[in-house]
Design a protein around this ligand. Structure first.
Ligand code: B12
Ligand code: SF4
Length: 499
């Protein structure tokens, strides 16, 4: 069967810092290609809608699968599916991905027959089974498939993630992928899932709080197959298992792989494994992202981050000593007033790290979604991108965005001013000389993208698709009920729980 896999456009707010390859779609592409399907992949982060519409008659796919990792992309994917249905009425159209997995019924409803089914959870195995079952109409019984005729059982997690590999040869214009100065940049997975349970995050509910690692030899083999000089490690929390991190490092040395790496981890994981991170610095690790989230104990407790400010600050110091470039995230609460913004701004200016601000956003799939639903001020999918306030702000909304953008601007200028500008200039010039212009273009985009008027105007657009709010409940939902995958672990909250 001819299958076209499509990744939606990037959001402006994320594109200024990075643009990364659609690793999930590449992994699905390889799994179905092994079954004999003819597969093409089109990434709309890099290609236009016009090019997508040209691809349809040109390739003539019998099945089209859209990736929906982000709620903000829901309207775009629904509209693309509707146009595709008109152009190729007999094609089979399906959707999958992180966010789609938490709202499959809503997606089917918005699409009004333009989408045949939603695949929830990991896509590799379910997509193979789904395509194998066609043209029969009983596909809704497959684990992980949700269709108009019903819903199959919850999917199990893939038993051996060592078998998975991305079909990188299918992504066209690979030089468009970058993260900051790591330009061009490929992505790789060393592990899947997260064992923590932060109340604002859906990484743990998607994989049912399970953490699986790739065998170090296979991880290094996959790394060696990458032609780009830079690699982004997609793990939610890198090196939770320090033995795996060390063993991958030894394999990198043995194979003499020379690349630069970017990874994301937690402050406590870094502090527990300083020697490992120092070793990886010698192997080529240049940048790390730490989800610090807050600079006060009360907020950390509320977010259930299971870290404290003392540990977080120690981790920043330790990373500096190792010589890593650290970016960190602070979650801005809609409840912040001018004073709170000022405290955070002053703190952020006082540390040498790159500080990002995102807005506290209840998402379907998180625990806070169920608790905070009555407070939501909008159900417009496009605003669920952690750059817009979807809960009431203490300050007037316009003032809130002004404070947010001026804080982001101060933090941005910190790195583009004087010494920062000099450092960046050196890197930018050398990247331009080598023809890598993604990072350089990004440097000039900041004020176009981060603009309070634009953010405010985003709230006044016509809304065609709305999120369905959760049913109001006084008690937080059972943890297992939030899981996308079937897991054997028992629910820890209540002995009476049936989930
Ligand atoms: C790399 C990454 C990015 C890249 C995007 C890369 C890309 N184009 O795919 C960048 C940096 C651009 C990015 C940006 C953002 N990200 Co991001 N990102 C990730 C990250 C760290 C890894 C993704 C990945 O490659 N995983 C590995 C692959 C193998 O898994 P996968 O993509 O999930 O794919 C599997 C399934 O989802 C499914 N699947 C996926 N697509 C499809 C399609 C079909 C047809 C089927 C059947 C199945 C299927 O099958 C795949 C294989 O099993 C994840 C966290 C994580 N560990 O997954 C966060 C994550 C997905 N991102 C998140 C967020 C919040 C964002 C931003 C909104 C942040 C921001 N404001 O800047 C933006 C918005 C992006 C946008 N719309 O432009 C959240 C999602 C929250 C949500 N529910 O919306 C996550 C879960 C992080 C987190 N812990 O909160 N991100
Ligand atoms: S925020 Fe990080 S540590 Fe917390 S659940 Fe999400 S991925 Fe895990």
């Amino acid at each position: 069967m001819k299958v076209l896999l499509v990744h939606p456009s990037a959001l402006m707010y994320s594109e200024i810092f990075l643009r990364l390859e659609p690793l999930g779609l590449e992994s699905i592409a390889r799994s179905i290609r092994l079954e004999g399907h003819e597969v093409r992949l089109l990434d709309l982060q890099v290609f236009s809608h016009k090019e997508y519409l040209q691809e349809l008659p040109h390739f003539g796919p019998q099945a089209i699968g859209f990736s929906l990792n982000y709620f903000a992309n829901v309207p775009e994917v629904i509209d693309l599916a509707k146009v595709t249905r008109q152009i190729l009425p007999k094609s089979f159209i399906f959707v999958g991905g992180h966010s789609a997995s938490f709202i499959p019924e809503s997606i089917l409803e918005h699409a009004q027959e333009a989408i045949d089914c939603v695949v929830v959870g990991e896509g590799e195995l379910t997509t193979v089974r789904l395509l194998e079952s066609l043209p029969a109409t009983t596909f809704h019984k497959i684990p992980g498939v949700v269709a108009h005729d019903g819903r199959g059982p919850k999917p199990e997690l893939i038993s051996d993630i060592n078998q998975l590999k991305p079909a990188r040869d299918l992504t066209r214009k690979r030089r468009k992928y970058f993260i900051g100065g790591l330009d061009p940049c490929a992505s790789i997975e060393f592990a899947r899932g997260c064992q923590w349970d932060c109340s604002f995050c859906s990484a743990w509910t998607f994989y049912g709080q399970k953490y699986r690692t790739v065998d170090p030899r296979i991880a290094a083999q996959n790394l060696a197959a990458i032609s780009e000089p830079n690699v982004f490690i997609t793990d939610d929390v890198a090196f939770v298992d320090p033995d795996q991190g060390l063993a991958i490092g030894r394999e990198i040395e043995r194979r003499n792989i020379r690349k630069r790496y970017y990874l994301e981890t937690r402050a406590d994981v870094l502090l527990r494994n300083l020697d490992l991170f120092a070793y990886w610095k010698r192997l080529g690790l240049t940048n790390i992202f730490l989800g610090i989230e807050a600079i006060d104990e009360e907020t950390l407790r509320r977010l259930r981050k299971r870290t404290d400010t003392g540990g977080n600050f120690k981790a920043l110091e330790a990373a500096r000593k190792i010589g890593l470039v650290v970016a960190l995230n602070i979650i801005a609460d809609p409840d912040w007033d001018e004073k709170r913004f000022e405290v955070v701004r002053n703190w952020a200016i006082s540390v040498p790290e790159i500080v990002h601000l995102t807005i506290n956003t209840p998402y379907p799939g998180t625990e806070v979604w169920h608790k905070e639903a009555p407070e939501l001020t909008t159900l417009d999918y496009r605003l669920y991108d952690i750059q817009h306030a979807v809960k009431p702000t203490r300050l007037p909304l316009k003032k809130f965005y002004e404070e947010l953008v001026s804080t982001q601007g101060v933090l941005n200028r910190k790195h583009l001013g004087l010494k920062g500008l000099w450092d960046v200039f050196g890197m930018a010039a050398s990247l331009c000389l080598r023809g890598h212009t993604n990072f350089v273009k990004m440097l000039w985009k900041f004020s176009d993208v981060y603009n309070p008027e634009r953010q405010l105007a985003d709230h006044h657009r016509e809304i065609r698709y709305r999120l369905t709010p959760p049913v109001k409940s006084d008690s937080p939902p059972c943890r297992k009920a939030l899981y996308v995958h079937e897991t054997k672990a028992a629910c820890r909250r209540s002995r009476d729980c049936q989930a």
